[in-house]
Write a protein that binds this ligand. Structure first.
Ligand SMILES: Nc1nc2c(c(=O)[nH]1)N[C@H]1C(S)=C(S)[C@@H](COP(=O)(O)O)O[C@H]1N2
Ligand SMILES: [Mo]
Length: 332
């Protein structure tokens, strides 16, 4: 039934990964779109708004198809949220700190689904992107992800068409993308074309072979959905030369839910102190700060560690959300 059935041309073929902004550059609460990382496994498709549509089908009473104008005419929602890449699916335990905090504008997916009438047997939402090509030697017709329906019922999952108030650019998913706040970026399908309600997980390269983490102490795996507690020091910057005295250590902390506390160490992880932490606004990252009186001259290793309200904290190593550490030099 979809009008946009032919596959779009790919403007760029193959993996696209842009990552300019390192923690020391994350000085702004809202990351400018120009500084935002870009991840595209299969490349960047070329899509025109006037022959694009979004179709909602599968386990629904009334399949829907909306064109871009129909999407824009629906009530709009704005969500401020941290946006984080899970890192390379080929190397999922290496921290990459590809993270940002942005404002998305779009339509509440729960409202769209209410119009379609989701059947009670549906448990998962499959989201299809229009990009196609080869990833890890495997040819893909599209980028396909899934999320549990329970996440949508919780609210603020968007079909988004603006980023920081501006129309989405081609590389960020024009004309529309899924945004699942609190889930890793991989789930926020760009160049969205179809949403299918299903009673099972999707069987695609990006939902089976990749993006499933081992569950410690068992043979089971868990989909890479919710983001884990994490934090970065913005200031001071790594390797800075500082004058002995009072120095503010500050940075950002985030998780799928609220971060409850951030600990800072100024001695390489031997002792930890509670940082001051602002409360969370919407799903944004939270600023922490710690007043350090740096007396001893020489090299100091600074670390930060976030713990969320569930009590989950950051491991020291061996995980994508491993503790961040920097070295600075104090000159007396
Ligand atoms: N269609 C499509 N959507 C996609 C991807 C992709 O390869 N194709 N990459 C995902 C990954 S891994 C991430 S981290 C985010 C990145 O979003 P951004 O490039 O807008 O920052 O998009 C996600 N959505
Ligand atoms: Mo990603």
């Amino acid at each position: 039934m979809q009008r946009n059935a032919p596959k779009p041309a790919m403007l760029i073929e193959g993996l696209v990964r842009e990552h300019k902004l390192k923690p020391a550059g994350m000085t702004e609460r809202f990351t400018p779109a120009a500084d935002l990382f870009v991840l595209a496994h299969l490349g960047i498709p070329e899509i025109k708004a006037d022959n694009w549509s979004l179709c909602i089908d599968g386990l629904v009473d009334t399949p829907l198809e909306l064109d871009f104008d129909e999407l824009l005419r629906r009530p709009e929602r704005v969500v401020e949220t941290v946006h984080q890449c899970a890192g390379s699916p080929l190397d999922p335990t290496t921290p990459t700190r590809r993270v940002a905090n942005v404002r998305w504008t779009g339509v509440d997916l729960a409202e769209l689904l209410a119009d379609a009438g989701v059947r009670s047997s549906a448990t998962h939402l499959w989201a299809f992107g229009l990009d196609h090509g080869v990833f890890a030697g495997d040819e893909q017709d599209c980028y396909l992800k899934d999320i549990p329906l329970s996440r949508i019922a919780a609210g603020d999952v968007l079909v988004a068409y603006r980023l920081n108030g501006e129309p989405l650019s081609g590389k960020h998913g024009f004309p529309a993308r899924l945004v699942v706040p609190g889930y890793f970026g991989t789930n926020s399908v760009k160049w969205l074309s179809r949403l299918t309600l299903s009673d099972d997980r999707a069987k695609s390269l990006f939902t089976t072979r990749f993006y499933n983490d081992p569950v410690p102490g068992s043979d089971a795996t868990r989909p890479v959905w919710e983001i884990a507690p994490e934090s970065v020091i913005v200031s001071p910057a790594p390797d800075s030369k500082l004058t002995a005295g009072d120095i503010e250590i500050w940075g950002w902390a985030w998780s799928a839910g609220d971060v409850a506390c951030v600990d800072v160490s100024t001695d390489g992880g031997t002792t930890w102190r509670d940082a001051r932490l602002e409360p969370r606004s919407q799903r944004s990252w939270q600023r922490f700060s710690y007043p350090w009186s740096a007396r001893r001259s020489g090299a100091h290793e600074l670390l930060c560690r976030a713990t969320d309200i569930e009590g989950e904290t950051q491991p020291l190593e061996g995980a994508r959300n491993a503790v961040y550490s920097i070295t600075v030099n104090v000159e007396g």
